[in-house]
Design a protein around this ligand. Structure first.
Ligand code: DGL
Length: 274
């Protein structure tokens, strides 16, 4: 079989990476994709770096064993902790994370260079977004905020309503309040793949003048560029998606459809043991 027919392997700690899968499907409809969500061990974002690296390398190894032509780490937390280890362990497979594409999207979107990144505790503590944005845009002023509770809220399917808005207000009021700084940040980067479904609730808190960006569309474009560069782009035909989870296929299908934006049947989801 020609390598281009092999699937692209996507990994996330849970269902958030399905927001990236949705963008990849839209940008690259011919690609076969295998998605693995490590729902049994979610959340990764509150764990220490060594644990995140260990879990990520182990889970991604499962995708590699199944046969993939490229790896996309559709999890900011795993990207920020484990990208170098993944590239070393699984060379020569191309491994793309979501942090560089996210940083690029934010740097392009911001007029003033004042960018707020919201992400998990582990991603914010790692400082990867600060570094990545400053590499692209040295004049930027980057402020990071860990928004830990957004992950369980999104996994629970609570994407909007008073609880989400009040949680967002508590996390962000000191950053986006007009009294705090004038003119204030003009861009909010969703540095966690679980956050895009919360966008309407976040919009109500930060107002209409702030650009809200995430890494999904830019990541899909970067995947395309990498597939072309490696000569493994699949052209023609309709791609298929295979869904793997480490726990509770029924829940993955039910809640995952909210991230994916289309129905997902439990029979489409396979249980894997790491
Ligand atoms: N989806 C993951 C990310 O993009 C975070 C979820 C978790 O804490 O495991 O960082």
């Amino acid at each position: 079989m020609n390598n281009s027919c092999l699937p692209v392997g996507l990994f996330d700690s849970g269902m958030g990476g399905l927001t990236v899968l949705k963008a990849i499907n839209a940008c690259l409809p011919a690609e076969n994709v295998t998605y693995l969500g490590d729902t049994a061990r979610l959340p990764y974002g509150t764990k220490g770096k060594d644990t995140i690296v260990r879990y990520t390398v182990q889970a991604v190894g499962k995708l590699v064993d199944m046969g993939v032509k490229m790896l996309v780490i559709a999890c900011n937390t795993a990207t920020s902790a484990a990208l170098p280890s993944l590239r070393k362990n699984f060379a020569p497979l191309p491994v793309l994370g979501v942090v560089e594409p996210g940083a690029l999207a934010a740097a392009r979107a911001s007029r003033t260079g004042q960018i707020v990144v919201i992400a998990t505790e582990a991603t914010i503590t790692s400082g990867v977004y600060h570094q990545a944005i400053l590499r692209i845009r040295p004049d930027a002023q980057v402020l990071g905020r860990a928004c830990t509770l957004f992950v369980p809220l999104a996994e629970e399917g609570w994407m909007k309503g008073l609880v989400v808005e009040e949680t967002a207000r508590r996390y962000l009021k000191d950053v986006f309040s007009p009294a705090v700084s004038t003119p204030g940040p003009d861009t909010l980067l969703l540095g966690c793949t679980h956050f895009p479904p919360l966008l309407p609730a976040l919009r109500r808190i930060v107002g209409n003048s702030v650009q809200i960006v995430d890494s999904a569309a830019t990541t899909a474009q970067c995947v395309r560029d990498a597939l072309v560069a490696y000569g493994i782009l699949r052209e023609g035909g309709e791609g298929t998606c295979r869904f793997l989870t480490t726990d509770n296929q029924g829940r993955f299908a039910q809640k995952g459809s909210l991230f994916l934006g289309r129905p997902l049947k439990p029979s489409e989801v396979e249980l894997v043991d790491l």
